[in-house]
Design a protein. Structure first.
Length: 324
C-alpha cells in the first residue's frame, strides 16, 4: 500500500504498477510488506517449468516472449504495462481479453434485441397501413358519383347545376382518398422492406457468430449449394429456400452433416459386403435406390417432414434416420 507523506501532505497517487500489483489469481492475496516495497504479490507455489531461468538474464530475454499490451490502451499506458511483472501482464492481458469478449457479446445481444423490437414494430406498422389502405379503397369506390346528364341543361338547369356540384364535391373527395390510398400502400411497402432488411441483419449476425464460413465469399457459394440440395431432399420448395433464416440454415447444416456421414457409412458397408461376397464367391447384388420406396412409406416420410417443420423433434429424428 502507499506510504503516507512524512511532511504531512496527501499520500502520493499510486502508479499503474502499484494499482495492478494486487491483481492475480483469486487465491493469491498481496502481502502488505511486498506492496510497500513495490514488489509483486506472492503467488502459490507451482512446479518450476524452467529451472534454468535466471532473473539476472531477464533483460536479455527474446522479445517474442513479451506479453502484448491491450490494444485499446494509450502509448503511455503501454509503456507502464511493459514495466509490470510478467505475472501481472499475463493477468491483465487475460482479463482485458475476457472483458472485450463480454462487451462484444453484450453489444451483440443488445443489437439483436433492438433489431427484433424494430422488426416487430415495423410488422405492426405494415399491418396497420395495409388495413388502413383497405378501408380507404373500400370507401373510395363509394365516392364514385357520375356526372349529370347533359340533357338536364335544357330540361332542368337548376337540377343539372345541383348534380354537377354534387359530382365535383365527391370527385374531389375521391381524388383525396386516392392520394391517401397511394401513401398508405407506399408506407406499408416501405415497412415490409425494412422488416425484411431487419430479418436479414439478424440472420447475418447470427450466422457470423456460429457459422461464419456460410457468409465467406469463397466457401459460402459451395456451402449454400450443398445445403440447398439437402433442404430440397428434405422437402423444402425453392420458394421456401429463398426465405430461410439462420434457424433453417443451421438445421440444414446439421442435416447435411448427418447425410454426408450416412452416405460415407453406406458406401463403406457396401464395399465391405462386396468384399465378403467376392471372398465367398457370391454374385454381386445391386443396391436398391430410393425409387423403390412404397406409397405408405412415402406418405409417412412426407408427414414426418411436415411435423419436423412444426417443431416435432421425434419426427425430425425419423426424417434424418432415413439417411442412415
Amino acid at each position: 500500500m502507499t506510504q503516507p507523506d512524512l511532511d504531512g501532505g496527501m499520500p502520493a497517487e499510486p502508479s499503474l504498477e502499484e494499482r495492478f500489483a494486487a491483481i492475480g489469481d483469486d487465491d493469491a492475496a498481496p502481502r502488505e510488506e511486498d506492496a510497500d516495497l513495490g514488489d509483486p504479490p506472492a503467488e502459490p507455489a507451482a512446479p518450476d517449468l524452467d529451472p534454468v531461468r535466471d532473473a539476472d538474464d531477464a533483460d536479455d530475454a527474446a522479445p517474442s516472449d513479451d506479453v502484448a499490451p491491450p490494444v485499446s490502451w494509450t502509448s503511455a499506458e503501454k509503456e507502464e504495462f511493459a514495466r509490470l511483472p510478467r505475472a501481472v501482464q499475463e493477468t491483465l492481458s487475460r482479463r482485458e481479453t475476457e472483458r472485450e469478449r463480454f462487451v462484444q457479446a453484450k453489444s451483440q445481444e443488445a443489437q439483436t434485441a433492438r433489431s427484433s423490437v424494430e422488426r416487430e414494430a415495423l410488422a405492426t406498422i405494415q399491418q396497420l397501413q395495409s388495413r388502413y389502405a383497405d378501408h380507404i379503397e373500400h370507401f373510395e369506390a363509394q365516392l364514385a358519383v357520375p356526372e349529370p346528364d347533359p340533357r338536364l341543361i335544357a330540361e332542368d338547369p337548376a337540377l343539372y347545376a345541383a348534380q354537377l356540384e354534387h359530382h365535383r364535391h365527391y370527385a374531389a373527395q375521391r381524388a383525396h382518398a386516392q392520394q391517401l390510398l397511394a401513401e398508405a400502400r407506399q408506407q406499408a411497402a416501405f415497412a415490409e422492406q425494412e422488416m425484411a432488411a431487419r430479418e436479414q441483419e439478424e440472420t447475418r449476425a447470427a450466422l457470423a457468430a456460429v457459422f461464419p464460413e456460410y457468409l465467406d465469399a469463397e466457401s459460402g457459394p459451395k456451402l449454400r449449394q450443398e445445403l440447398g440440395s439437402t433442404a430440397l431432399e428434405l422437402g423444402y420448395s425453392p420458394e421456401q429456400l429463398a426465405q430461410v433464416d439462420h434457424v433453417d440454415i443451421l438445421a440444414m447444416r446439421t442435416a447435411n452433416e448427418w447425410r454426408r456421414d450416412a452416405l460415407k457409412y453406406r458406401a463403406l458397408m457396401a464395399n465391405r459386403m462386396e468384399t465378403v461376397r467376392a471372398a465367398r464367391g457370391m454374385p454381386r447384388v445391386s443396391r436398391p435406390g430410393t425409387g423403390g420406396r412404397g406409397a405408405a412409406e412415402s406418405q409417412r416420410y412426407a408427414q414426418d417432414r411436415q411435423k419436423m417443420r412444426d417443431g416435432d423433434k421425434d419426427a425430425a429424428v425419423r426424417t434424418f434416420a432415413r439417411f442412415l
